[in-house]
Design a protein around this ligand. Structure first.
Ligand SMILES: Nc1ncnc2c1ncn2[C@@H]1O[C@H](COP(=O)(O)OP(=O)(O)OP(=O)(O)O)[C@@H](O)[C@H]1O
Ligand SMILES: [Mg+2]
Length: 310
């Protein structure tokens, strides 16, 4: 769907992105990670031509992006920028409705869509639709930025640290919401973060950049199981790799069905990392598991955390 072929970009002679080859399949959730200044934002902005690349080529749906008018490209790609970038003199509703109005939607349809998105992002429309950006907290502005990116239901979402300014609880809730949107819609998402746990939680594919170079790419499990070099190992947190691997597994897959035991149950959807924490804090070796309806779903044994597949 999106393909980088030896793409480069320099600013004043310094390469921000250096001969990058990258293929993003339709429906994939790609996360770009790397340290500050590694070229993540530059890579993202080259996709919708907010930054023009100066070497190689970028294809969208098989066609060189230079053959699209930039506005046409941007209408097909929702974009949430690192610092929300809302129009200060427009209300929240007008901000979210930017692309829909360009596309000629009726007022009623824009209003309906805006309100639906505000609810989705935990901002009640009654309280927020008529406000101006300066009347919102940083995290609320970010959420409006995400709603604006989603507004016209684009096939591609480009998101630059969309949850950077949020507290951990809201952040987790919105990560879950984004995962749900991705599952239901099959959208192609490219997201930038420098939070490795966020990358592992959300990405179906992770792309690690360093000084404009691609260091390693692959599924979360492949990155954790086989880091290509010391840089990757350091980046994913050498001493926490085991814990993070547990974070990719789910209780459901390790519970022994049919068994029962006492105690406060774990949801079958919890990660094995959460289960480990429960074993340690409660000082037990077995924990009962319940499904989404609260029905017993077997027992998780501490020893089974090791599993057979890691
Ligand atoms: N408009 C610009 N003019 C000059 N240099 C730039 C410009 N934009 C980016 N750069 C440089 O290009 C490099 C990559 O920047 P980029 O914004 O892509 O990094 P990043 O990975 O998104 O970093 P961060 O995590 O801090 O957002 C940096 O060295 C930066 O200083
Ligand atoms: Mg950036």
């Amino acid at each position: 769907m999106i393909r980088f072929e030896a793409v480069s970009k320099s600013f004043a002679g310094d390469a921000a992105v250096d001969r990058l080859d990258l293929t993003i399949e339709a429906g994939e959730f790609t996360v770009l990670i790397g340290r500050s200044g590694s070229g993540k934002t530059t890579t993202l902005k080259m996709i919708n031509r907010l930054i023009e690349h100066d070497g190689g080529r970028i294809l969208f749906g098989g066609k060189n992006i230079r053959e699209f008018r930039p506005e046409a490209l941007r209408r097909r790609m929702g974009y949430a920028i690192q610092s929300h970038g809302l129009f200060p003199h427009w209300t929240v509703e007008q901000n979210i409705g930017t692309v829909p109005s360009l596309l000629g939607w009726t007022k009623a349809r824009i209003r309906e869509r805006t309100h639906e998105l505000l609810e989705l992002l935990h901002l009640p429309a009654d309280a927020f639709a008529a406000r101006y950006p300066h009347q919102l907290s940083g995290g609320q502005q970010q959420r409006v930025g995400v709603a604006r990116a989603l507004a016209a239901d684009p096939d591609v979402l480009l998101m630059d640290e969309p949850f950077g300014a949020l507290d951990p609880v809201t952040r987790l809730a919105l990560q879950a919401e984004l995962t749900r949107i991705h599952r239901l819609s099959g959208k192609t998402i490219v997201m930038v973060t420098h939070d490795i746990d966020e990358a592992l939680r959300l990405g179906s594919r992770i792309v690690l950049l360093d000084r404009g170079h691609l260091v390693q790419q692959g599924s979360p499990a492949s990155l954790l199981a086989a880091p290509a070099n010391d840089f990757v190992r350091d980046f994913i947190g050498r001493s926490d790799i085991g814990i993070r691997l547990l974070g990719l597994g789910v209780v459901r897959d390790r519970a022994r069905p049919g068994e029962t035991t006492g105690g406060d149950p774990l949801p079958a959807s919890a990660t094995l990392r959460e289960a480990l924490s429960a074993f340690v804090t409660r000082q037990v070796r077995t924990l009962p598991v319940v499904d989404a309806k609260g029905e017993p779903a077997g027992v998780l044994h501490f020893a089974d955390l090791l599993g057979t597949t890691g």
